[in-house]
Ligand binder design. Structure first.
Ligand code: DMJ
Length: 641
């Protein structure tokens, strides 16, 4: 719709050249109509004059170059026969002269015909009534508006959408379990409703100050991170009004043309992952459209000498850079290595292989690199393609890179053997060099730093229990039992890290040093910020073993969160899990709704809700369907096969 806003609001007014829409004041439309007529008359008179003048010009054929084609003009002729050497001279000789005359005549006739046609069209226009002209102009305007809209909203090819298996339900038969699941749903309502009331549209919520909150990972703008992150949890919980509310906000407000520098990794796992999951669960096209729009904004991050993306990118300018704290200007393994699942889905849905090629390029590059002890260092310089500091971790900075190798294989319906091979190699190296048993018999994953093993494990690394269990099936030398057992050991250790605190919530990081086992030592490592990893591992272990201890441990964690993190304005992290009186950090992280509460809900649901042979969860717990490409292609379109 053309709006009066298109006219300058101040300064010199530009006289309107075309007819306004019917909603414009009538006198203005009438004025423009008359002007249009005058304009048309002048235009047709001018055309007549120009073409008439053409016939009064002297016969230009004498100048020989009149009717040279574009090619002739641009490509100099060299007359080898006469030995002419100057390529800058255009010459036409006897035998060609006749052909050129004919050509000239043909061109004249064409100009004459065009001229007559133009005159006819002008006359035709003048015969039309004002209404007809007005209607024609409006049609033209609509066409332009439509074309602009189409350009903004890229038309995506129709692709066979994978079956939406188990997107709802999972009602437990046991009344006790049902009660627990209802409690988790109530916690989700509490988190969402308060965000809705106090933080709507902001990235996150300050539940005590009761206002919006954000961090640098989301840049300077408010992009409703909690809304996007929470959508699929709301959906599977059957909170449809809340889901619709979120969908409406996304339709009306989620805009990525903002001058804001965001984390490529975080935006990918939370926003693109969240939007894709919401699309696959609900079938609502808007989520797919927004995911693709956002992905396009992330692509400039890959413009580095190696194709290893920058950690951050400005969504408007496309300028990228790395975190100032990262070793030697490096990109981070867990960041550039955690794009694969979402990018493969983007290629599938758009038919555009750009996304797939970007992540495959990263994989190829990593494969070529030498790895100390078979381990992947956490830092890689995107300019030189060399490793930064030799620090390897299955927790922060490394974690989800390993997770995505396994999940790339699962998501490909177990056909991406290369990914599986890389995962198996990596896990073997991790087991050999990083996994140890404490004196008290707790299995933990340490970190390789500066040439030695740090006997420290982060809360983030606790996700690996679930990963080992998930990767058990299909492991080398039929070691499924071994990996399931390893997953269970990690779950036990992480449970201990919770159980040995006053609040029964796990610290950010814990040590295995002498008498100290699974306990944080430094004050700065004692916080719990509503993280999901331990509960995530309980859920995977529950799905694979149905050992009731995992539901028991999950319930303990839920009660501890309810007791120490719940405040009247939502849920907050705590600063010290060893202090019996919780000091709140006043942040309700978006991943609490995306992951922690989702995994808890799934833990108390039947296995038919989001079955693992149909869905693969991204690292932010957003379920993406397995792509069974037997009848189609990665680009989603069978014709591209
Ligand atoms: C989440 O955003 C993701 O799980 C990510 O992979 C790392 N950790 C946070 C939550 O702890």
């Amino acid at each position: 719709m053309t709006t009066p806003a298109l006219l300058p609001l101040s300064g010199r007014r530009i006289p309107p050249l075309n007819l306004g829409p019917p909603s414009f004041p009538h006198h203005r439309a009438t004025l423009r109509l008359s002007e249009k007529f005058i304009l048309l008359l002048i235009l047709s008179a001018f055309i007549t004059l120009c073409f008439g003048a053409f016939f009064f010009l002297p016969d230009s054929s004498k100048h020989k170059r009149f009717d040279l084609g574009l090619e002739d003009v641009l490509i100099p002729h060299v007359d080898a026969g006469k030995g002419a050497k100057d390529p800058g001279v255009f010459l036409i000789h006897g035998p060609d002269e006749h052909r050129h005359r004919e050509e000239e005549e043909r061109l004249r006739n064409k100009i004459r015909a065009d001229h007559e046609k133009a005159l006819e069209e002008a006359k035709e226009k003048l015969r039309k009534s004002r209404e007809e002209i007005r209607a024609e102009i409006q049609t033209e305007k609509n066409k332009v508006a439509q074309a602009m809209k189409t350009k903004e909203t890229r038309v995506l090819p129709p692709v066979p959408v994978p079956q939406r298996v188990g997107v709802s339900g999972g009602d437990p038969e046991d009344a006790e379990i049902r009660k627990k699941r209802d409690k988790i749903k109530e916690m989700m309502k509490h988190a969402w409703d308060n965000y809705r009331t106090y933080g709507w549209g902001h990235n996150e919520l300050r539940p005590i100050a009761r206002k919006g909150h954000s961090t640098n990972i989301f840049g300077s703008s408010q992009m409703g991170a909690t809304i996007v992150d929470a959508l699929d949890t709301l959906y599977i919980m059957g909170l449809h009004d809340e889901f619709m509310d979120g969908q409406r906000w996304i339709e009306d407000n989620l805009d990525f043309s903002v001058n804001s520098e965001v984390s490529v990794f975080e935006v990918n796992i939370r926003f693109i992952g969240g939007l894709l999951a919401a699309y696959y669960l609900s079938g609502e096209e808007i989520f797919k459209t927004k995911a693709v729009q956002l992905a396009e904004k992330l692509l400039p991050a890959f413009n580095t000498p190696t194709g290893i993306p920058w950690a951050m990118v400005n969504l408007k300018s496309g300028v990228g850079r790395n975190w100032g704290w990262a070793s030697a200007g490096s990109s981070i393994l867990a960041e550039f290595g955690t794009l694969h699942m979402e990018f493969v889905h983007l290629s599938y849905l758009t038919g555009d292989l750009t996304y797939y090629n970007k992540v495959m390029h990263i994989r190829k590059l990593l494969q070529k690199m030498e790895r100390p002890n078979g381990l992947y260092p956490n830092y890689l310089n995107p300019r030189t393609g060399r490793w930064g500091q030799y620090h390897t971790s299955v927790g922060g900075l490394g974690d989800s890179f390993y997770e995505y190798l396994l999940k790339a294989w699962l998501m490909s319906d177990k056909t991406d053997h290369e990914a599986r091979r890389m995962y198996d190699d990596a896990v073997e190296a991790i087991e050999k060099h990083l996994i140890k048993k404490s004196r008290g018999g707790l299995v933990f994953i340490g970190e390789w730093k500066n040439g030695h093993l740090e006997r420290k494990m982060g809360h983030l690394a606790c996700f690996a229990g679930g990963m080992f269990a998930l990767g058990a099936d299909g492991s080398r030398k039929d070691k499924a039992g071994h990996y399931l057992e390893l997953g269970a050991e990690i779950a036990r250790t992480c449970h201990e890290s919770y159980d040995r605190t006053a609040l029964k919530l796990g610290p950010e990081s814990f040590k295995f040093d002498g008498a100290v086992e699974a306990v944080a030592v430094r004050q700065a490592e004692k916080y719990y910020i509503l993280r999901p990893e331990v509960i995530e591992t309980y859920w995977y272990l529950w799905r694979f073993t149905h050992d009731p201890r995992y539901r028991q441990w999950g319930w303990e964690a839920a009660l501890a969160i309810e007791k120490s993190c719940r405040v009247s304005g939502g849920f907050s992290g705590v600063k010290d899990v060893y202090s019996p009186t919780p000091a709140h950090d006043d942040v309700q992280q978006s991943f609490f709704l995306a992951e922690t509460l989702k995994y808890l809900y799934l833990l108390f649901s039947g296995d038919d809700l989001l079955p693992l042979d149909h869905w693969v969860f991204n690292t932010e717990a957003h379920p993406l369907p397995v792509l069974r490409l037997a009848n189609t292609t990665l680009s989603g379109n069978p014709a591209v096969r």
